[in-house]
Design a protein around this ligand. Structure first.
Ligand code: PLP
Length: 401
């Protein structure tokens, strides 16, 4: 990949019009949608700042391209789970503040400190961070994480004072600075649930204890996307947004459009084959689907090898302005749609080679339909689209080329 061209397309994208020259199989990411969503979330969160969460390769969208777009649109921070993901951002030339919060004893704490990555600490990591800082003779920047109820990482409230005391002792020694306190919400996508109030109360307590102990905090942060959109009392100094920046809704009763968000990812391919078959034709492994009448089957060249869940039979595919459900079992490389009619092949109505969209923004099936067909959530569908599918970028900005 050429230096300074994180999207790896040689700067081509932007000139390509996908409707007239469809890519064979691609995740198309609209960076203007990312910027729009980020600006919208910034407005909602203001005066709090925004951390753009780009873990898991930017929820499948491409971490570096998304991070650049988010920073252009006004994000102040980037967030990743792993230090290795944060280092990838540095390697791509991004100098913005980055926080990484999920570690193992094998994590590259020294690399993170050297590259100015802020490190989330829930407990055991403190000793590793301090040892690395001592070796490097460079203080680490640390955000202490309190478990306010999610029950994953984060320091249990009863150990909080001890963690703080130890961290502040190391701060005295010049080995680290406690710059942040944070936590993560468990049920903010269901805004009526009382557990969020309890988390908020515990978070306020933890911040107060830290400040009373002498921590001079730059940032207190608690809210994810649903917390940002539904709970202004959770904004504090900064919100950490992932899903909303990608233009998707975390709520079951509100669409992206209802929230003023634009889905950034379109998953598109082209029809790879058309075949007329009689009534009773079995389709795909297991022959779980049989045609009801003489019809035309369309072959769509994507499957679970590309991250389309095998269980998602019935998921929508949009072709020539109509939406067809995937019929029969989804295979590794392909799935099938039933056009319901014959006489298409060899005419100008033949769909062969025409654009086929599994999900996207306005006018295309929403990703939530694939999530519903798979018994999962929109987060998972976009994130699991595999590395086999090339990412292409629309509307690159100044920093994107
Ligand atoms: C993934 C993650 C986020 C972002 O959550 P969204 O719901 O996608 O906005 C925020 N904070 C932490 C700690 C996370 O792991």
């Amino acid at each position: 990949m050429p230096e300074g061209d994180p999207t790896g397309d040689g700067g081509r994208i932007g000139q390509v019009s996908f409707s007239s020259a469809p890519t064979e199989r691609a995740v198309e990411v609209d960076l203007e949608a990312i910027r729009h969503n980020l600006r919208h979330l910034l407005e909602v969160a203001s005066p709090a700042r925004v951390m753009a969460v780009v873990k898991a390769d930017g929820y499948g969208h491409g971490a570096v391209a998304v991070a650049k777009a988010a920073l252009e649109a006004g994000a102040s921070w980037l967030g990743t789970a792993h230090i290795s993901e944060a280092l990838d951002l540095r390697r791509a030339g991004l100098e913005a503040p980055v926080l990484a919060w999920l570690h193992t004893p094998e994590s590259d704490f020294a690399g993170g400190i050297e590259q100015g990555i802020d490190i989330g600490v829930s407990g055991w990591e403190l000793d590793h961070v301090v040892a690395a800082a001592r070796r490097l003779e460079r203080p680490a920047r640390v955000h202490l994480k309190i478990d306010t109820g999610l029950g994953r990482n984060g320091c249990p409230p009863e150990l909080w004072e001890d963690l703080l005391d130890r961290a502040l002792e190391h701060q005295e020694e010049g080995l680290l600075r406690v710059v942040g306190v944070f936590s993560h919400l468990a049920v903010a996508d269901e805004p009526h649930r009382p557990e969020t109030d309890e988390q908020l109360r515990r978070f306020r307590d933890a911040v107060a204890v830290a400040e009373d102990a002498g921590a001079d905090l730059e940032v207190r942060h608690l809210a994810n996307t649903p917390g940002t959109l539904s709970r202004p009392d959770c904004h504090f100094d900064m919100v950490r947004v992932g899903l909303g920046m990608y233009g998707l809704s975390p709520f079951s009763d509100q669409s992206a459009e209802d929230l003023g968000l634009r889905p950034a990812m379109t998953f598109a391919t082209v029809v790879a084959g058309c075949k007329e078959v009689p009534a009773g034709q079995g389709v795909s492994y297991g022959l779980s689907y049989r045609t009801e009448r003489p019809t035309t089957l369309g072959l769509i060249p994507t499957g679970y090898g590309d991250g389309v869940p095998r269980i998602a039979t019935g998921g929508p595919v949009r072709i020539d302005g109509r939406t067809y459900p995937a019929v029969g079992r989804i295979a590794m490389d392909q799935l099938v749609v039933d056009f319901g009619t014959q006489g298409l092949i060899g005419t100008e109505r033949s769909p062969l080679g025409h654009r086929a969209v599994l999900f996207g923004g306005a006018g295309d099936p929403p990703v939530e339909e694939w999530a519903a067909a798979s018994g999962t959530i929109n987060y998972e569908i976009v994130t699991r689209i595999s590395g086999r599918v090339p990412r292409t970028y629309l509307n690159k900005g100044h920093a994107g080329d």
